[in-house]
Design a protein around this ligand. Structure first.
Ligand code: UDH
Length: 286
């Protein structure tokens, strides 16, 4: 029987060896690019990447089939900077990967989580991806030992971001970029679709992951380093009231023991310390 040409994967490299467990060409800390080449320039820069942002190592069979899912609207410059950085980074990690930009139309509040769910659903129709990086477009990895492979437990990738002094702003943070296997993502039933506007969906995902008995893992802080491309809050992505930034009225109701002016002292003993917390502030609703 003659083979049907369309059923033959011309890229099948079954004679190739499996890629080594530790990719041999990693360089560690990276000097990142800040420019935003045009898409034509990007194609010329990275001819090894095929249409659809797909790549697999030419000389070995990758151990990981990875979809990078980017929630996106109106961040063209960021996207081009991201692509310039991310291709050489992922190629050195010898991943079999594809990049999925999921763009929301104008006219409605941004829903990052919903876009990531869509990216997942579409990516698995296209290829047998096993791991998924849900990734903000403005976060540029600064060390290629931060390998985007399938994690044993859901992985928070962006642990150390320059904007936060390369420290975790809070321990249960699960925003920026996270990595889950297909099985983990299915088990937690993806992200919630209900978060319109900025914030909340990432904390909800942390809860989903925990509720299913997973622990969250991170690479060491000297490896999980990212540069955030500077930007202001986008139109159509105003803070989501469902996210955990309660109104001042709610804060008053939550902490009735705090008196006006944010003052507090213990009610049952005399404190040993009089402390003023001073916050430099403009335009960052507290
Ligand atoms: N995005 C767009 N267009 C928009 C809004 C958001 O493309 O109009 C995408 C983009 O991928 C962006 C991501 O959604 O990188 C997140 O939005 P953001 O950049 O405004 O978020 P922010 O920089 O994220 O504030 C901070 C990192 C994690 C903090 C988590 C706190 N819970």
């Amino acid at each position: 029987k003659t083979c049907n040409i369309s059923s033959i994967d011309l890229n099948t490299s079954s004679n190739l060896p499996l890629c080594p467990k530790t990719p041999p060409k990693l360089v560690g800390p990276l000097a990142t690019y800040s420019d935003s080449p045009s898409y034509e320039e990007l194609e010329k820069l990275y001819p090894e990447v095929s249409s659809g942002g797909r790549y697999k190592p030419p000389d070995c069979i990758s151990r990981h089939k990875v979809a990078i899912v980017l929630p996106y609207r109106n961040r063209d410059i960021h996207l081009r900077t991201f692509l310039k950085n991310i291709h050489p980074f992922l190629e050195r990690q010898q991943l079999d990967y594809g990049i999925y930009v999921v763009e929301q139309a104008e006219g409605s509040k941004f829903n990052r989580a919903l876009l990531m769910n869509i990216g997942y659903a579409e990516a698995i129709k296209i290829y047998d991806y096993q791991c998924f990086a849900f990734h903000d477009v403005d976060l540029i990895p600064q060390d290629d030992r931060n390998i985007y492979n399938c994690p044993s437990q859901p992985r928070h990738l962006t642990a150390a971001i320059d904007k936060y002094g390369y420290r975790l702003p809070y321990n249960s943070i699960f925003g920026g970029a996270v990595m889950l296997t297909r099985q983990q993502f299915q088990k937690v039933n993806g992200f919630s679709n209900k978060f319109f506007g900025w914030g909340g969906e990432d904390d909800d995902m942390w809860n989903r992951v925990k509720r299913k008995g997973y622990s969250v893992i991170r690479y060491p802080m000297n490896i999980a380093r990212y540069r955030m491309i500077k930007h202001s809050r986008d139109k159509g992505n105003e803070p989501n009231p469902q996210s955990d930034s309660p109104s001042y009225e709610e804060l008053e109701a939550l902490y009735p023991e705090v008196s006006s002016g944010g003052r507090y002292k213990p009610s049952d003993c005399i404190s040993r310390h009089r402390v003023a917390i001073i916050i430099p502030y403009r335009n960052r609703d507290l």
